[in-house]
Design a protein around this ligand. Sequence first.
Ligand code: HH2
Length: 275
Amino acid sequence: MPESVVGRSGPARLVRLMGIVNVTPDSFSDGGRFLSPAAAVEHGLKLVEQGAELLDVGGESTRPGATPVPWMEELKRVLPVVEGLRRAAPQVPISIDTSKPEVARAALEAGASVVNDVTALGDERMGPVVAEAGAGVCVMHMQGTPQTMQHKPWYGDVVAEVTQSLALAVNRAVAAGIARDKVWVDPGIGFGKSMEHNLELLRGLAALRSLGCPILIGTSRKGFIGALLGKVPPERRVLGSAVSIAVLASRGLIDVARVHDVSETREALAIALAL
Ligand code: HH2
C-alpha cells in the first residue's frame, strides 16, 4: 500500500455503507417521511442505487426522549418493508434495527440477515434468536436508555469504558451461540454521551480494534455535528456527517458507516481514500 493512504491509526480501508430506512413518525432527522411500506421500499432502493451495500430498517426512534413503541406496532411498521425490499432487491443484505426479540425473529424469517441492537443484547432472549437464525449482530454501546441517556452522561475514561462494555457484549453474543465473525461493534455516538464524549470516542476509536470485530459507526446527522457547526438542524448536517466518515475511513478506523446520505458519503469517501 502506498505510504500516502496510510492514516494515523492504520491503513485506509474500504468502508461499506449501510443506508438508513426509518419507518417511524418521529425519527430525529427523517421521521414521518417514509411511513408507507411503498415509500420506505422506494427510499431503500434509491439508497442502494446510490451505493448502499446494506440497508438498516428501523421502526422505533431511539432519539433522546423518544417514546418506546410496543413490539406489535414496531413489527407492523417494519415487516412489510423488509418483505418488500427482499422481493425488490434480493441481493442486498438487510439489517433490522431493533432491540425486541419478537421483531427480530419475524424480520429474520422475512429475509433480514443482521440484527442491529442498540441495547447490545439487553433482552436476554435476543442472543438465541440471532444465533438460531445464523444471523449477524451489531452490538452498540449506550449509557442508560433513550428516555434518560442525555440527562447527565458521565464517564471516568469514556474510551476505556465503552471498549470494556463492548467486550462484554461480544462475549454475550458468542455465549449465546452467535459466530464471532458475525459480531460487529459500535460505540453508540450520541447514546448517553456529551459532545466531548463523542469526540473523545471518535478520536480514540483505534482502541475498539482490540476487540477484533468490524466497527460500525453512526455519526449521521447527529447532534454533535450540528453543535460543531453552530446548532444547525439535522438536514444541514449532511456535509459534516460525510466528512466525519471520510476522516475516520482514512484513518482506517471504521468498516461500516450507517448513513442517511449515501451519495454524499460515497463521494467524500472516494476522495479521502484516493488521497
Ligand atoms: N443511531 C440511531 C439508530 N440506530 N444503530 C447503530 N448501530 N448505531 C447508531 O449510531 C444508531 C443506530 C439513531 O439514528 P436514526 O435512526 O437516524 O434516528 P432515530 O433513532 O430517531 O430513528
